[in-house]
Design a protein around this ligand. Sequence first.
Ligand code: GLV
Ligand code: MN
Length: 193
Amino acid sequence: ADSDPLQDFCVGDLKASPSINGFPCKSAVSASDFFYSGLGGPLDTSNPNGVTVAPANVLTFPALNTLGLSMNNVELAPGGVNPPHSHPRASEVGTVIQGSVFVGFLTTNSTLFSKVVNAGEAFVIPRGLVHFQWNVGQVKARMITAFNSQLPGAVVLPNTLFGSNPEIPNAVLTRAFRTDDTTVQNLKSKFSG
Ligand code: GLV
Ligand code: MN
């Protein structure tokens, strides 16, 4: 969903200030700029959600600047969940390399489309829609996802709503979730910072 490039490539100069749509082009480029070794894992998934994402986006692989593409290596511990999130600037297509992953996305009418995706199978998440992945297998699951943006962005709903800085007033969250202060405070305590 990024705008089209007007030159063969424009390897991002990350030391320069980002301009309106990405980074200025680096002046001297070499072959090594166009290759990236950071997608192989294995990643440490021992964290509360049991998921770790290693991105190849313009910030880690600056040759993607202006090309409207990026990828992630996503690894999920057994039972691990990549929490509900959305990408404001891209659709997502992914393939499971290892394991079995319950993948779901929600339409703007709150219809859930979901399936257990096994190794060798693929899924697509239309731009901006909320989605999640859950490792339903007995072993670590691994997926490679790809995006039509050099920096798709991720709005991770639990962190956005309960871990923002500054905080969203409890009055907003108790009313929005039709619950009480204790529940909201408990959720906030898990996502602070
Ligand atoms: C998975 O949903 C990802 O954003 O890589
Ligand atoms: Mn995603």
